[in-house]
Design a protein around this ligand. Structure first.
Ligand code: FAD
Ligand code: PYC
Length: 416
């Protein structure tokens, strides 16, 4: 506590923060590790943390080509929920939500998880049937979910346009009260600090350029900081998964698309929940700083540019103004894009590959932020034990051969 007293803050400010203790070390890479995690986003860092904490693995490196959290972890709109349709995904996302509920305490770092609820709006009879079905499925899987009326929506969100003459009138919504938002950078920083404290080497500015194999076995990686050996390599690089797979001589059933988001100028508190609409293609929340955080669906084309098209910007703003006409007077501050890797069934791949010691965690598409702790938890188990955790077993690469796909296009909702 002493470290963070008002006097110490002043002392640090006066010394231009020269004596501020780093939250994680910046070590030189060793030549060999027991486990290498490629990708220093939330999922990679969480995997390293749980490998150290839950499985006692000590000699771990996280290799990040840029800076930690600079990929989709730092670019997303921070929505956390577990209201998926199929039992397989519900259980995985619910495990994650339970971890979120204790994450700040576990990491001893405030990830600003705020359970302010998420509304998924229905605009047609079919939307409402889908909402009823998903809410029932959620309850059967032990997940809190309810169907709410237009009057309840208007009471909770006074600025929303519930006019029956709207282009897409609101007929009702699903509400998950335990859902909400978290501070995305804090999630990366919290996992990084906690992993580092358990001895994990977090190596930034270290791009993996090749995956080395000896026949059917992985032996290490080539990087911009030299060759690093390991018999176990977990690849967690979100929109770059196909690039890394190609380095290992594999192809993944993934398409990579840009996904954009936007923030407005900061406003006083006007919206204290999260609103998503698949029909108008937009979603919105308000950050603790006050800016409106807005997003939409993916840009339709595939590509690796971390930016999107103007058509999507226009479409998204039209959607938000349709829902909240009063926001037409708000000025937008900035926009950005990330690359999301999408599987044909809108579900991730978490598991072993045909190469011994090589594991992939990818394909989270537009919805992996909410899964960060659960993904790391189950992936750490898979890597440590060289077998799937019961929660990620259904999400193996094998499902694209067996045909046991898990269709979550409905729950991915707005985004794709
Ligand atoms: P990343 O954070 O992208 O981490 C992967 C890391 O791998 C990157 O830091 C990258 O630099 C590194 N890397 C890549 N190649 C190499 C290499 N060759 N060598 C070394 N390192 C490499 N999900 C939600 O649940 N809720 C949302 O509200 C939400 N909104 C979104 C909005 C936008 C605009 C975007 C783009 C995504 C959104 N998502 C959302 C999805 C979510 O952001 C991702 O699914 C999740 O953050 C993926 O985390 P990650 O750790 O796997 O990826
Ligand atoms: O998965 O909830 C989500 C989401 C919202 C915006 C992008 N993804």
């Amino acid at each position: 506590m002493k470290e963070y007293s008002a006097f110490s803050l002043l002392r640090h400010a006066a010394s231009h923060n020269r004596n501020w203790r780093r939250a994680w070390r910046s070590p030189e890479p060793r030549r060999r590790y027991d486990v290498i995690i490629v990708g220093g986003g939330g999922h990679g860092l969480a995997t390293a943390y749980y490998l150290a904490k839950e499985h006692g693995v000590r000699n771990i490196a996280v290799l990040e080509k840029d800076w930690i959290g600079g990929g989709n972890t730092g670019r997303n709109t921070t929505i956390v929920r577990s209201n998926y349709l199929c039992p397989e995904s519900s259980l995985l996302y619910e495990k994650s939500l339970k971890l979120w509920e204790g994450l700040s305490q576990d990491l001893n770092y405030n990830v600003m998880f705020s359970q302010r609820g998420v509304y998924n709006l229905g605009h047609s009879l079919q939307d409402m049937r889908d909402i009823e079905r998903r809410v029932s499925a959620n309850r059967l899987n032990g997940i809190d979910a309810e169907v709410v009326t237009v009057a309840q929506i208007k009471k909770a969100i006074p600025l929303i346009n519930t006019s029956p003459t709207a282009r897409y009138p609101i007929l009702g919504a699903s509400l998950q009260r335990r859902a909400g938002v978290a501070r995305h950078d804090a999630v990366a920083w919290g996992f990084a600090r906690a992993a580092d404290a358990r001895g994990v080497d977090i190596i930034e500015q270290c791009r993996v350029t090749g995956v080395n194999r000896d026949g059917g076995k992985v032996t290490g990686v080539e990087t911009t900081r030299g060759t690093i050996h390991s018999d176990k390599i977990g690849i967690v690089v979100a929109g770059n998964a196909s690039v890394l797979a190609a380095m290992a001589g594999m192809r993944l059933p993934i398409q990579s698309h840009p996904l954009q988001a936007f923030v407005s100028e900061p406003l006083k508190r006007v919206l204290d929940t999260v609103v998503m609409s698949g029909a108008v293609h937009g979603y919105i929340s308000q950050s603790d700083k006050g800016d409106l955080v807005i997003g939409a669906g993916i840009d339709a084309y595939v590509g690796y540019g971390q930016r999107g098209s103007f058509q999507t910007i226009e479409h998204t703003m039209a959607a938000i103004i349709q829902l909240f006409p009063t926001f037409s007077r708000v000025r937008m501050l900035r926009m950005w894009g990330g690359i999301v890797d999408i599987c044909p069934d809108a579900c991730p791949i978490i598991g072993k590959t045909s190469v011994d010691g090589l594991y992939f965690n990818c394909g989270w598409g537009t919805g992996g932020f909410k899964a960060t702790p659960g993904s790391g938890w189950t992936f750490a188990h898979t890597i440590a034990k060289d077998e799937p955790h019961e929660l990620n077993a259904p999400f193996s690469l094998e499902r694209f051969i067996s045909g046991a796909l898990i269709d979550e296009h409905g729950a991915a909702a707005v985004a794709h």
